[in-house]
Design a binder for this molecule. Structure first.
Ligand SMILES: [Zn+2]
Length: 117
């Protein structure tokens, strides 16, 4: 359960940004979250509502977009997008290697956009 610290960081960034831009109310926030990060959408919203209740972000709706998992074959360098279920048994379509992969993306999260008034 690591949604709470993550949500706290996101809220802090959003509030700082809002302050710089003299925003009076934040309406919605779009987050990009990697398929592999174990952040559950409903918990992020739940913690966000809780943490933001006395701020200008209170009531903001979070939109969460999932980005695919991308791995790179260390033998030939080919990048491939895979599903979570496929991850355990990946075989490189180019060279046939099956064990030596680097995770390129899938665990990241960031704020993509923010709607304000
Ligand atoms: Zn390969």
């Amino acid at each position: 359960m690591h949604e709470l610290p993550v949500t706290e960081r996101i809220l802090n960034i959003v509030l700082k940004h809002a302050e710089r831009n003299r925003v009076s109310q934040i309406v919605s926030i779009t987050l990009t979250v990697g398929e592999l990060s174990e952040l559950e959408d409903e918990w992020i919203q739940h913690y966000f509502d809780y943490l933001s209740k006395d701020t200008i972000a209170a009531g903001a709706k979070l939109k969460i977009e999932r980005t695919p998992i991308v791995i790179r074959c260390n033998a030939c360098g080919r990048s491939e997008s895979v599903s979570k279920a496929q991850l355990g048994e990946v075989v490189c379509p180019q060279c046939g290697a099956s064990a030596d992969f680097t995770l390129v993306s899938g665990r990241e999260y960031y704020i993509k956009e923010m709607e304000a008034q």
